[in-house]
Design a protein around this ligand. Structure first.
Ligand code: HAS
Length: 569
């Protein structure tokens, strides 16, 4: 078995001359600024939705404000802006910006082709503008999953394609830099943060082939009138080919931070670097062939294949549980190094005064509940009870809305000072922000889960005007609305702090650096198979062919382009 030397020999990024990463940082700052603006606009729709559910309907008032036809006129238009800007734009732009900063530093060298990343930025901005205009003018109120037969303006789909293609181009630039690094460092193991980031991008590129096929082959020809109709079942299947790995594309950058950075911030070390690498490889192999668990109730998907995807979904539980144990072990090492004693005494010694740390630890705690909900969803028969109920938004606000977004806030608390060279404007406000997000999410998602499970309250519905709402739902609706308002306040604290940091005239005495956790046992040798792409990429492709091949071949053989389409206003 080939073994790689335990320590990478690339110079530590900190030892490189100042200004080495100037271009990378400038690009990262652009990506992250756009991500935050998207979250600000998309996030502001959230409290409005919750208020609508308790009968306070802001949409008629909102429809009166705007420039020309750019205005939010309905619940569904607002919900589309909320889902697209938060789930697709905030995440993708933040992830590319974060990797732009972290991957070159982890490899200890600047990007080999920074212009490729500039191209990625341009493509993503053009795509964002193309998709945003139809959303804001009510020509694309199709929600973030844009299921046919709902039909949007063609520019909405073209815009999404450009955002995805831009992220592929960014990935390409990381691969070129990595390729160069490997050539210059034969036999060395890839530094963890770079490896984990690049695995995430490879997974994303394979996964997005599904949605690319859906949009380019099924949707655009239909929207342009080149085909009479479309096949909603096949389109949904291609969508979920991408849709589930999409959630790991959001989650894995948070894992990069939990494994590779947070232990350092806590004053500890990475408990098992080898296990961390294995977890990322397992996510590459297992993230994609599970999409049918979103289609358990779709009649056109054969039951046997749904069962296979259910089993594969449960296999994904393994890398997440390995993460739970390893990350907590790393934190325990840190807590004990800081003088923590006893079974749980180390927890109190963790750096709870550091907002970057606290936000991420609170994100992990919320993820425990989100993860348990995910396992409930993945059960073939429990899914029948919760599918299309408001339980599902309860689940995904604990995952993408908490595990991911709160972690990204935590990252922003060191990354924005690192990019600007300015200190964080207010640590106290940042701490209050992390805790209010935690409390707001607990309140809101608890209520949403119960409303969905106990009462079958539907998701994606303007409940404020629905005639069937039972008065028994009221206390939970109010709890969810309070949670939504607390989240709104927390969001304002975040944006206020980021803006104050960026606009401040103060310079930091010591510039923030990327925290990089050292392995607890540097003497342990990483086996070669944990740094070898071939077996993992082959396993990924084979598993996709086995789990999706027959389903897709069957559906394509019976393709039915007869859904004419409907436009929601
Ligand atoms: Fe999910 C629906 C199943 C994870 C996001 N999911 C969604 C949707 C979204 C989403 C957006 O099987 C809605 C899509 C739509 O619009 O229709 N999900 C799962 C499963 C997991 C899971 C099995 N989901 C996620 C993550 C997401 C996400 C992550 C975003 C980032 N999900 C489903 C299913 C549906 C679904 C069905 C369809 C429902 C339907 O019918 O519509 C698993 O990956 C979860 C595993 C995670 C864990 C948690 C591990 C905990 C860790 C933290 C440790 C830290 C500790 C704290 C202990 C088991 C790693 C330490 C504290 C100290 C003080 C030291």
């Amino acid at each position: 078995m080939t073994k790689r030397k335990a320590q990478a020999v690339t110079p530590a990024a900190a030892a490189l001359p100042p200004g080495t990463f100037k271009r990378e940082d400038r690009l990262a700052a652009w990506f992250i600024t756009i991500a935050m603006v998207a979250l600000f606009i998309g996030g502001s729709m959230g409290p409005l939705q919750k208020l609508e559910h308790v009968g306070i309907n802001w949409y008629p008032a909102l429809a009166k404000i705007g420039i020309g036809s750019v205005r939010i006129q309905s619940y569904y238009q607002g919900l589309t802006a909320h889902g697209v800007l938060n789930a697709l734009v905030w995440t993708t732009f933040f992830i590319v910006g974060f990797f732009n900063y972290a991957i070159p530093r982890s490899l200890g060298r600047p990007l080999s082709r920074p212009r490729v990343n500039l191209l990625a930025l341009v493509l993503m901005i053009v795509g964002l503008v193309m998709a945003a205009i139809p959303i804001l003018t009510n020509l694309a109120s199709v929600l973030y999953t844009f299921y046919p037969p709902m039909k949007a303006s063609v520019f909405f789909y073209l815009g999404l394609v450009l955002v995805v293609v831009g992220s592929w181009v960014a990935g390409l630039s990381y691969y070129m830099t990595y390729w160069q690094w490997r050539k210059d460092n034969p036999g060395q193991k890839t530094p963890f943060i770079a490896l984990a980031g690049i695995i995430t991008m490879v997974m994303w590129q394979i996964a997005t082939l599904g949605v690319a096929t859906e949009i380019l082959v099924l949707i655009i020809p239909w929207v342009l009138g080149w085909t009479e109709g479309t096949d909603p079942q096949l389109a949904r299947t291609f969508f979920w080919f991408t849709g589930h790995p999409l959630v790991y594309f959001w989650l894995l950058p948070a894992y990069v931070s939990w494994y590779g950075m947070l232990p350092k911030q806590a004053g500890g070390k990475m408990f098992s670097e080898q296990l961390a690498r294995l977890v990322f490889w397992l996510f590459l192999v297992l993230s994609i062939p599970v999409g049918l668990h979103h289609q358990f109730v779709d009649p056109g998907v054969p039951a046997g294949w749904k069962a296979i995807h259910a089993v594969l979904t449960y296999s994904l539980f393994l890398p997440s549980m390995a993460t739970a144990f390893t990350v907590v072990a790393s934190l325990e090492v840190a807590g004990r190094a800081r003088g923590g004693k006893g079974l749980l005494g180390w927890i109190t010694k963790l750096p709870w005064g550091n907002p970057s740390y606290t936000a991420q630890n609170l994100a992990m705690i919320l993820f425990v509940f989100g993860g348990i909900g995910g396992l409930t969803n993945a059960s073939y028969n429990l899914n029948l009870a919760i599918h299309n109920t408001i339980w599902v938004p309860g689940h995904f606000h604990l995952t993408v809305g908490s595990a991911v977004t709160l972690t990204f806030f935590g990252i922003a608390y060191w990354l924005v000072p690192a990019l600007t060279g300015k200190p964080l404007a207010s640590r106290r406000a940042a701490l209050a922000q992390a805790w209010t997000w935690f409390i707001g999410m607990l309140l809101m998602s608890n209520a949403l889960h119960i409303l969905g499970l106990n009462f079958g309250a539907p998701r994606r519905t303007a409940l404020g005007t629905a005639p069937y709402v039972d008065p028994a739902w009221n206390p939970l609706q109010i709890e969810a609305a309070i949670g939504g308002i607390v989240l709104g306040i927390s969001g304002l604290l975040f944006f206020g702090n980021m803006l104050a940091t960026a606009l401040s005239r103060k310079r930091a005495e010591v510039r923030e650096e990327m925290p990089v956790a050292e392995p607890l046992h540097p003497e342990y040798v990483t086996p070669g198979w944990l740094d070898n792409w071939r077996p993992w990429v082959i396993a990924t492709i084979l598993l996709i062919l086995v789990a999706y091949g027959p389903v897709l071949v069957g559906m394509i053989a019976n393709i039915n382009l007869n859904a004419p389409g409907v436009q929601i206003r």
